[in-house]
Design a protein around this ligand. Sequence first.
Ligand SMILES: Nc1ncnc2c1ncn2[C@@H]1O[C@H](COP(=O)(O)OP(=O)(O)OP(=O)(O)O)[C@@H](O)[C@H]1O
Length: 201
Amino acid sequence: MPELKVKDLSIGTLVRISFSLKPGRITCISGPSGSGKSRLLRAIADLESHAGDILLDNKPQGAYPAHHWRRRVILVPAQSAWWGDTVGEHFLTPMPRALLALGFPEDTEKWQVNRLSSGEKQRLALVRALSYRPQALLLDEPTANLDVDTTQEVERWLIALIEKHRYPTIWVAHSREQIQRIAHRHLTIVGDQLEEQEIHR
Ligand SMILES: Nc1ncnc2c1ncn2[C@@H]1O[C@H](COP(=O)(O)OP(=O)(O)OP(=O)(O)O)[C@@H](O)[C@H]1O
């Protein structure tokens, strides 16, 4: 997978921030509520207008039709939207292995969306994103609705996939313990900038 580069990006209160995401590496981003984590992800996903450059494999965001970029650099928001009636119709390709790995039964793709719990929605939104065969992942608090055991199961599953497919990944996280478990790099929003944090293990 290619590298994802953010150069001199300004969005909301963040001013001219730059960083690179390496293939197969997880960059955790943390920061106080309202500091702009979700907006940063939305800008990188080309869902909000912004100043500065974002490049995938050295090709700028503007060189891709927006819908192509959004499939490649895919955002999984904290609260996922579901537009169809059944789970399976949201997947680009059937995802039996991922569903099995997350402990979902075989008929999950036939489930009605309106029966899903918030934790099921959150995990199925990850499966849906992967069905689009992305080249980079932007994960906004992907385990926020999950209990401790399920959180660690999803972490292990995601880490294995990120390593296998070498997705450059941003993972917004609040929990210090989670960041210690999963991050290769940790950036925190401080004022209008991102600050590098040490990861204590
Ligand atoms: N489209 C927008 N236009 C102007 N301001 C916005 C827009 N979207 C969000 N904001 C504001 O920008 C700030 C940052 O929002 P954002 O959702 O990125 O915060 P966050 O760091 O993800 O917070 P949390 O941890 O609570 O989810 C907030 O004050 C929010 O109200």
